[in-house]
Design a protein around this ligand. Structure first.
Ligand code: B12
Ligand code: SF4
Ligand code: SF4
Length: 236
């Protein structure tokens, strides 16, 4: 591995990931993520013994590109495929340039994944908003996340900490929810899940995605609490 300080290497990694399509990049130590609220609560997370840092990648999912988020049968979403392509390219680049082994973090916790929102907050990419999603300064909650484990200790990202978007906001995210998921004051997972089940039942046949290879039965999962948030939207 060429002699880089870990701080330099973090900067180079961020630049590389942005150049191949990531919208935001964060880095956090495995130890800090291990101590975040969701990981402290869960006994199901399996950490690879050699992993020292996590690189968190975000791809923006803006409202004018809704098909990025549509679930097409067994093949997932176009947005997630974009994230997978970025992680694959980064893995190859790490090995070739630095001899560093990077491992893809599975999406689901029961398959070896980690809690991506907590991880993004540890990497200071954003904060948890009243809608229970990570709110980033540039794109609000309209991002999707994926991660890579690496076996080296990298300098964590320290984006500005003074970001509190929900403090003076009237919370349109909460009123937009079709299931009144936030009525008790906190996010009610079961009610949200009920909406997801309804979305699955009402999935329509759509031929307007331009992705011919994949199934035509698209599930358009609810994201009302996400799309109602004004953070990161350009003002006229
Ligand atoms: C299971 C799951 C679901 C389930 C259950 C959700 C849940 N929150 O329990 C269902 C299917 C209902 C769901 C719904 C949605 N999901 Co979802 N989901 C996941 C998944 C796979 C795991 C999340 C999980 O189980 N969390 C554990 C539960 C207990 O935690 P929690 O309710 O989120 O609350 C924790 C945090 O808020 C945290 N926290 C609170 N305060 C603080 C403060 C600090 C400092 C820190 C560090 C943490 C922290 O601690 C809480 C307790 O553990 C993740 C992917 C992943 N691997 O992480 C995506 C993920 C969280 N979902 C995502 C999205 C976008 C959605 C939906 C909009 C649907 C859609 N169209 O994609 C809705 C939004 C619902 C909402 N408002 O939260 C995104 C979030 C992106 C973002 N900007 O935050 C993720 C990361 C997937 C992705 N592709 O990027 N989801
Ligand atoms: S709509 Fe307002 S309260 Fe809701 S997440 Fe966005 S900034 Fe926070
Ligand atoms: S995803 Fe839909 S149902 Fe779930 S909390 Fe957000 S607005 Fe409510």
């Amino acid at each position: 591995m060429p002699s880089h300080t870990n701080q330099n290497l973090s900067g180079i990694i961020i630049k590389k990931a942005l150049s191949i399509g990531a919208s935001l990049v964060g880095i956090a130590s495995v130890d800090s993520i291990r101590n975040s609220p969701s990981h402290l609560q869960s006994k199901n997370v399996r950490w690879p013994s050699q992993a020292k840092s996590v690189i968190i990648l975000a791809v923006k999912h803006e409202a004018d590109e809704p098909s990025l988020d549509w679930w097409d049968g067994n093949h997932g979403t176009a947005g997630n495929r974009k994230l997978i392509s970025i992680t694959r390219q980064l893995k190859r680049w790490f090995k070739k340039q630095y001899g560093i082994v990077a491992n893809d973090v599975p999406y689901y916790i029961h398959r070896g994944g980690i809690f991506l929102k907590d991880s993004a907050v540890c990497a200071r990419m954003g904060v948890i908003g009243k809608n229970n999603l990570v709110i980033t300064p540039s794109y609000g909650p309209r991002v999707r996340l994926r991660a890579l484990f690496v076996n080296v200790q990298l300098e964590p990202t320290k984006y500005p900490a003074d970001f509190s978007p929900c403090i003076n906001c009237e919370a349109p995210c909460k009123t937009a929810c079709p299931q009144k998921v936030f009525e008790s004051g906190v996010y009610d997972r079961l009610l949200c899940q009920k909406q997801m089940e309804q979305d699955e039942k009402s999935s329509t046949i759509s031929k307007d995605t331009g992705i011919l290879y994949y199934s035509d039965a698209m599930i358009k999962y609810c994201r009302a609490c996400e799309l109602a948030c004004p953070v990161g939207l350009l003002e006229d």
